[in-house]
Write a protein that binds this ligand. Structure first.
Ligand code: NAP
Length: 470
């Protein structure tokens, strides 16, 4: 895949880059390794100051950064502005909370026959981050902010279609004050990942991306015995029960499916509706989806911009066509527009069956699958009936049903009566083929820490559990 900016709204190639040479990659890894030792020696207060400076830069540069993202991958300018602000908030959150998240955790010394015993979280070194284009700033930030605060350094291999956003991120952390090499963008294609992750100086990897990329990186990391966090695809269920507020559910369903032009891992993709609510919900949902304005992502009145790539649009149209060929009904959308740009209309498809690709595959665009079920048990069966398990949604005002959904939905998160969203305060990740490990919260920060057990016996010099530099 060429490393280039191509505007998805026009199909026009704007800027391309040569991939870095083996020597350049080697030098960048070296800088990350040296910077790790520098960063390791700095105090949390110092790192917090740099992280807050990054937040200030993001706020000051919100509009130009948003324009860049919209130009590179087609999200609406309004959504891109919100993404920049979210990144600034996350930087401030980790600056303020890293000390608490990384504090020593005392254990029951008597139980382990020690004078003192505690757990200490220490950084592990340069971490390779392989990232996707769909939230080109946020996906990186939710790795980078906690990782840098913990004292790790980052090597970013961003998606090949967002090179300018990738370079912006390197510059952002450098200008904020982090040492040279603390955060480096590697302009490389995916074929370079094996070599980089095999380098002994690189200690771990995090990937946000497709199942295929996850399997590949997981294999390399297994061979090299390196820690990985894998945030992969999803086909999140959105279950609507008869007690739900159907107006609200249909409104959130529309946003949950079409935000980011339908290209979000935690977008609701399969709408599983109890038969008693089905007709009313289907009517409202299809009306809302049809009312969305598709067009120029820079126009603030646009709800849905283009897909990020021509291939991405072809893929979702093929999935819709396959469903239609096998007997599905299209309630709205489903036609590939002619003309420049990789636009696709918000689409609702129903009467699905297991022979159709849409039944089991992730649909990465503004296309909703609508399923009718006749009981809670059937809703759970359909909801859990894919290989994915990232997020999930359930709409019900019945407290007992809410409890049951929280237990029975086989996913990394369950959101009841609200849209699945990532928050710096809450862990984020999946089960099954949606990956493993967690980002965000203290759990995310500790994924790339050495969880070190310290045991101090009688008569030993005090190692003292308390504040420390890392
Ligand atoms: P992708 O093809 O897997 O690309 C993601 C990143 O992985 C890019 O940097 C890509 O580089 C790289 N890559 C691709 N194949 C690779 C391989 N075999 N070895 C090493 N690196 C590889 O994903 P996408 O289709 O562009 O993005 C959408 C997918 O990401 C969807 O499945 C979506 O659900 C998932 N996603 C998951 C989360 C989450 O948090 N769970 C969040 C967002 C997106 P190139 O660009 O150079 O190919």
């Amino acid at each position: 895949m060429p490393i280039a900016t191509t505007n998805p709204a026009t199909g026009q190639l704007l800027k391309s880059y040569d991939p870095m040479s083996a020597e350049q990659i080697d030098a960048a890894i070296d800088r990350a390794d040296v910077a790790f030792r520098d960063l390791h020696g700095t105090t949390l207060a110092q790192r917090a100051q740099w992280m807050n400076a990054a937040a200030d830069l993001l706020d000051a540069e919100r509009d130009s950064t948003a324009r860049l993202m919209t130009t590179e991958m087609g999200k609406t300018y309004v959504a891109a502005q919100a993404e920049v602000t979210k990144c600034a908030t996350a930087c401030r959150f980790y600056a303020a909370n890293a000390e608490r998240m990384l504090a020593d955790e005392p254990a029951d010394a008597g139980a382990v026959k020690a004078r003192r015993a505690f757990v200490r979280y220490q950084p592990i070194g340069p971490v390779l981050a392989v990232m996707p284009w769909n939230f080109p700033l946020w996906q990186v930030m939710r790795f980078a902010a906690p990782a840098l605060m913990a004292g790790n350094t980052g090597l970013l291999k961003h998606a090949s279609n967002v090179p300018q956003t990738a370079l912006y991120l390197e510059e952002l952390f450098r200008r904020a004050g982090f040492p040279e090499g603390a955060f480096t963008t590697l302009l490389v294609g995916s074929e370079a990942v094996d070599r980089i992750l095999s380098d002994p100086r690189v200690r771990a990897a995090t990937l946000t991306g497709s199942e295929g990329a996850g399997r590949s990186i997981g294999q390399i990391a297994g061979r090299e015995l390196k820690k990985t966090v894998l945030e992969l695809g999803g086909s999140d269920p959105f279950v609507v029960m008869p007690s739900a507020d159907l107006d609200r559910a249909a409104e959130v369903a529309t946003t949950a499916r079409c935000q980011n032009n339908g290209q979000s891992c935690i977008a609701a993709k399969r709408f599983i509706v109890h038969t008693d609510a089905f007709d009313a919900f289907a009517e409202k949902f299809a009306a809302n989806m049809s009312a969305l304005r598709v067009g120029d992502p820079m126009d603030e009145n646009t709800d849905v911009g283009p897909l990020a790539s021509e291939g991405g649009r072809d893929e979702i149209h093929a999935q819709v066509q396959d469903a239609v060929d096998h007997g599905a009904t299209v309630l709205c959308g489903g036609e590939k527009p002619v003309g420049a740009g990789w636009f696709y209309p918000p689409t609702v498809v129903t009467d699905l069956n297991p022979q159709m690709r849409m039944w089991s595959e992730e649909v990465f665009g503004p296309v909703a699958g609508l399923f009718r079920v006749s009981s809670y048990e059937e809703a759970i069966e359909v909801a859990n009936g894919t290989a994915f398990g990232l997020g999930s949604n359930a709409w019900t005002t019945d407290p007992q049903e809410q409890e049951r959904f929280a237990v029975d939905l086989d996913a990394g998160s369950v959101f009841i009566n609200g849209m699945t969203t990532s928050y710096p305060e809450l862990p984020f990740g999946g089960v099954k083929n949606s990956g493993y490990g967690r980002e965000l919260s203290a759990l995310g920060m500790r994924e790339f820490c050495n969880t070190k057990t310290v045991w101090v016996g009688e008569g030993a010099a005090s190692a003292g559990a308390g504040a420390h530099a890392e």
